[in-house]
Ligand binder design. Structure first.
Ligand SMILES: Cc1cc2nc3c(=O)[nH]c(=O)nc-3n(C[C@H](O)[C@H](O)[C@H](O)COP(=O)(O)OP(=O)(O)OC[C@H]3O[C@@H](n4cnc5c(N)ncnc54)[C@H](O)[C@@H]3O)c2cc1C
Length: 685
């Protein structure tokens, strides 16, 4: 009975404990909900996330105007509207010195009081805050039912124009139309920078939007005039509006050929004029002469055509990846080794490179696949990349030669640019050569290149923050890629997302501003405007990407000719034949000065890992020309335990010779012992 009583008490206590736990977990969960949902906007979005701690200090007495959306993370309408708000913020990112976009989550417990103080009763509430507003300003609510992106953008322009001379945003240019005489006075005058005039109808916003788009750019200023000024229209030869007229610094002038009369086309055209560049946040000096960290260019500028992809960039990127980036790892094992294997598989099979580089990648692949080890020393990879075994026809330059990826200073562009370029090339190759990955276990996966890139970036890419951002993007949507064409477009879209996020950042080369790519001058038909908003014609973009990153658009200009592999200093040549079959040195082949190599302290000490490396293949020969390489490509044979056929023949010869020698010895001693026996039996002889 006593036992039964204590049992029921225990079960009652258990029940109480369970209930307490449930209640506690509800209370713990409740405050967590808004912060989870606050992820409606993240730091990666082009909006400023405001809180009770930052709202007032940000918007009051600000040098810019503000448009803030007060939202609630549980309100379905706010959730549905968030993509439009993000798109708007991205669209007007260049207007930041005049007007900025913010968000504040009123469902977050921390923000309850501030939302009350600002009299926010409904979600979402849009509030405009004028520049230089007082500490009591709670903003002006926009109540219009139309919240389409274009409408809100135009309201932002109207709102800016509602400022007076006294409270005008400090860096915002004039948005009013210019006077005819001011424009006429420009004709024939030389000036320091370009001057663009947008001619438009009274109700058009194009002129004001282009003026604001060009705000963060130096080297050009923009004004607008109205088409109602017939005399000016006639003087400038304008017959249709909106139109753009350009006064060059040297005094020449004429109508701007921007292909389409749209805001995006006008703005892009002006941003890409020679000498026009985005203001550097760290430096306002000319980008060609200095950089944010003072690292000047020491190399000569290599002229290039931006409609081309350069093999020198791809090879320099591969060199950096294989000899410098990987060198940070003493050994490759586990996930690192698997990632590296897949990376080598993808490049060996898809890289439309010169035969000497492809052969090197194939050799690397065959070697790495044939190794039964689950851990390899990095130095063994390096020995192979450096062709320490002197296999004929294998060559990857160890000089960095940036061309399309060169920056205005040594600290800009270069390797990350080449890595993007390499992966765009690989996604395109996977789409145009569907059988290229046959028999690799990757052939049926349309995401093969993307997933390999994802793993490479998170495992090896030196910029960890970049890896983190890329992983976020991959988690969000890479899984939805169903075809290799979609993979090409996915990478293009995400690269543009990164471009948008980095526009105006310290890492941006002022000479190569981050833009939404391809720009209209590269592909006019890729761009459209739907309901006043810029849009991409994606099928056309796909065609363009396949052409741009296709093998035939890769220029071999500035690539270094393969040189014969130099005999390693610490090991003598294996045999004379090896020297005889090596490709002849190109007369212009550079001597590879030490200064052009990656910093030596980044490279591991050269050890002797020859035993792990594949042997010399006598048939290996160099064939010239980009893309000359054919499928399927037999690689050099890897014989038993890494010995070449020459080694094996020598062994067999030695073996046979030893056998004969031993047999001769045997017969010799046998004959002698017989003679001794005869002598012993017949001592009288
Ligand atoms: C995976 C990855 C993630 C990165 N993440 C970050 C980051 O989070 N923060 C950071 O500061 N830096 C990041 N970087 C570096 C950054 O994106 C640039 O590579 C670097 O700033 C150099 O810029 P760039 O001007 O040379 O142009 P890049 O952006 O490197 O582009 C190289 C070339 O690709 C072409 N191109 C541009 N856009 C596209 C497109 N959408 N589709 C196809 N081709 C295009 C253009 O010809 C351009 O010159 C990342 C790099 C990589 C490879």
């Amino acid at each position: 009975m006593a036992v039964a009583y204590s049992d029921s008490r225990a079960s009652q206590q258990m029940a109480v404990v369970v209930w307490v736990r449930i209640i506690v977990s509800i209370f713990v969960f409740l405050p967590a909900a808004p912060s989870q949902a606050a992820r409606l906007y993240t730091e990666d979005d082009p909006v400023t996330i405001l809180t009770t701690d930052t709202l007032k200090q940000t918007i009051h007495n600000s040098t810019t105007a503000w448009l803030v959306q007060f939202y609630s993370s549980w309100c379905g309408h706010c959730i549905q509207y968030s993509p439009t708000w993000k798109a708007l913020a991205g669209d007007v990112k260049d207007w930041e010195q005049a007007i900025r976009i913010g968000v504040l989550d009123c469902a977050h417990e921390k923000n309850f009081d501030i939302c009350k103080e600002f009299e926010i009763h409904f979600y979402p509430t849009f509030r405009y805050f004028k520049a230089h507003g007082s500490n009591t300003d709670i903003g002006k609510t926009y109540r219009g039912p139309d919240r389409e992106l274009q409408t809100v953008r135009q309201l932002m322009v109207n709102f800016l124009q509602n400022h007076t001379k006294q409270d005008w945003p400090t860096r915002c240019p004039l948005l009013e139309p210019s006077r005819t005489e001011d424009i006429l006075a420009l004709i024939g005058q030389k000036r320091e920078q370009y001057m663009a005039i947008i001619i438009e109808d009274t109700d058009s916003y194009v002129g004001r939007e282009v003026i604001l788009d060009l705000m963060p750019y130096e080297g050009v200023s923009v004004r607008r005039v109205l088409s109602s000024d017939k005399a000016l229209m006639e003087r400038l030869g304008v017959t249709a509006v909106p139109a753009a007229y350009l006064f060059h610094p040297n005094g020449t002038h004429g109508l701007m050929d921007a292909q389409k009369r749209l805001r995006f086309f006008f703005s892009s055209f002006l941003k890409l004029l020679p000498g026009v560049h985005r203001q550097s946040p760290a430096s306002h000096q000319s980008p060609a002469h200095s950089s944010s960290n003072g690292q000047k260019r020491t190399e000569e500028w290599r002229e290039f055509d931006k409609s081309k992809v350069y093999m020198a960039d791809l090879e320099s990127g591969l060199h950096y990846l294989l000899r410098v980036e990987l060198a940070r790892h003493q050994t490759l094992e586990g996930e690192q080794l698997r990632t590296f294997k897949d990376f080598v598989t993808v490049v060996a099979k898809l890289f439309p490179g010169r035969p000497s580089v492809v052969k090197l990648l194939e050799t690397l692949l065959e070697w790495i696949v044939s190794l039964p080890l689950d851990k390899i020393p990095y130095d063994a990879v390096l020995d192979l990349v450096n062709n320490k075994m002197r296999i004929s026809g294998l060559f990857l330059s160890d000089r960095v030669q940036w061309v399309g990826c060169q920056g205005s200073s040594a600290s800009f562009r270069g390797y990350p640019c080449s890595l993007w370029t390499l992966f765009h090339v690989l996604t395109v190759q996977a789409a145009v050569r569907p059988d290229a990955l046959a028999n690799t276990a990757l052939e049926d996966d349309p995401q093969a290149v993307l997933q390999t890139m994802r793993r490479y970036i998170t495992t090896f890419f030196g910029c960890q923050e970049c890896g983190h951002h890329f992983e976020e993007m991959a988690k969000e949507s890479m899984g939805a890629v169903k075809t290799t064409d979609e993979a090409v477009l996915w990478l293009w879209r995400k690269h543009n997302q990164v471009n948008r996020r980095l526009a105006g950042a310290m890492s941006e080369d002022p000479l190569f501003p981050k833009t939404q790519w391809p720009t209209p001058d590269l592909c006019p038909t890729c761009h459209e405007e739907r309901s006043g908003i810029h849009a991409w014609d994606e099928p056309t973009v796909l065609d363009f990407l396949k052409r741009h990153y296709g093998a035939t658009n890769i220029s071999p200009k500035y690539t270094l000719e393969p040189a014969p592999p130099a005999p390693p200093k610490d090991t003598p040549p294996k045999d004379a034949a090896a020297v005889a079959i090596a490709p002849p040195a190109h007369p212009e082949a550079p001597s590879q000065p030490a200064g052009a190599r990656p910093p030596l302290d980044l490279l591991p000490p050269a050890g002797n890992h020859s035993a792990l490396l594949p042997p010399l293949h006598p048939q290996a020969q160099v064939q010239g020309g980009v893309g000359a390489h054919k499928e399927p490509r037999p690689g050099p044979s890897v014989s038993f335990l890494g010995f070449s056929s020459v080694d094996m023949s020598l062994c067999v010869l030695l073996y046979a010779f030893s056998c004969v020698f031993l047999m001769l010895l045997f017969f010799f001693f046998r004959a002698r012992s017989r003679r001794w026996k005869v002598r012993a039996n017949r001592p009288f002889v």
